[in-house]
Design a protein around this ligand. Structure first.
Ligand code: PCA
Length: 207
């Protein structure tokens, strides 16, 4: 199989599909546009790009599979937040599930993501370095310590739980509406390339 033969360090990129209130998820558009550009910009890395279903059961399962199968050095997850004009770099995930129905109209099974896991898990990408790189390109961004308690938080928590010690993990919320510059789809894609470049530098330093 191709993934066995490919010895390049792997980067996993994920977006999300639709969910109640968001019929078209801009993070899915983003990762699909990003995939060929990232492969061209970073030929030494293999990129595995997935659009996750916004579902309490399936999204964490798929994240676990991605880590087990590809053993990435970097996992960057993207999702949308409504009403935002800037990128939001999430610093932590909380061991909570907000009782909100998912894309399959199902509620979370429990109030927490994990019975044994810690109350919070911290993102392992270098967020100040990424914010600095984005600022240098005049891309609006903020740093957040509240990933929201819905599926974005769940995916960040699960990815941090499943990542091997040599894998950096981060989550970036993008505006749900990518119709305005500088964060239209092109601008958000360029921003994502800057984030990948900065995050890969850290994986090299700690390798
Ligand atoms: N945003 C939601 C889940 C999927 C997405 O794109 C969130 O912020 O949790």
């Amino acid at each position: 199989m191709q993934e066995v033969a490919d010895k390049r360090p792997t980067v996993v990129l994920t977006g999300f599909g639709p969910f109640p209130g968001i019929p078209v998820n801009a993070s899915a558009l983003l990762v699909r546009k990003l995939a060929p550009l990232a492969r061209r910009a970073f030929p030494g890395r293999r990129f595995v790009v997935t659009v996750l279903p916004t579902e309490w059961r399936r999204a964490p399962e798929l994240i676990a599979n991605l880590h087990a199968r590809y053993r990435p050095v970097l996992a960057l997850h993207f999702g949308v937040a409504a009403g935002m004009r800037a990128l939001r770099l999430e610093t932590m995930a909380e061991n909570v599930c907000r009782a909100m129905p998912d894309a399959a109209a199902l509620l979370p099974l429990a109030a927490t993501l994990s019975t044994e896991g810690p109350g919070t898990r911290r993102a392992t990408i270098d967020i100040p370095a990424i914010a600095h790189a984005l600022n240098a390109h005049n891309i609006p961004c903020s740093i957040s310590n509240d990933a929201g308690g819905y599926l974005c938080n769940a995916v960040l928590y699960q990815s941090l739980t499943r990542a091997r010690a040599d894998c950096k993990v981060g989550f970036i919320h993008i505006p749900a509406d990518l119709s305005e510059r500088p964060l239209d789809l092109n601008g958000a894609t360029q921003a994502a390339l800057i984030i990948i470049a900065s995050a890969l530098e850290t994986t090299l330093r700690s390798a």
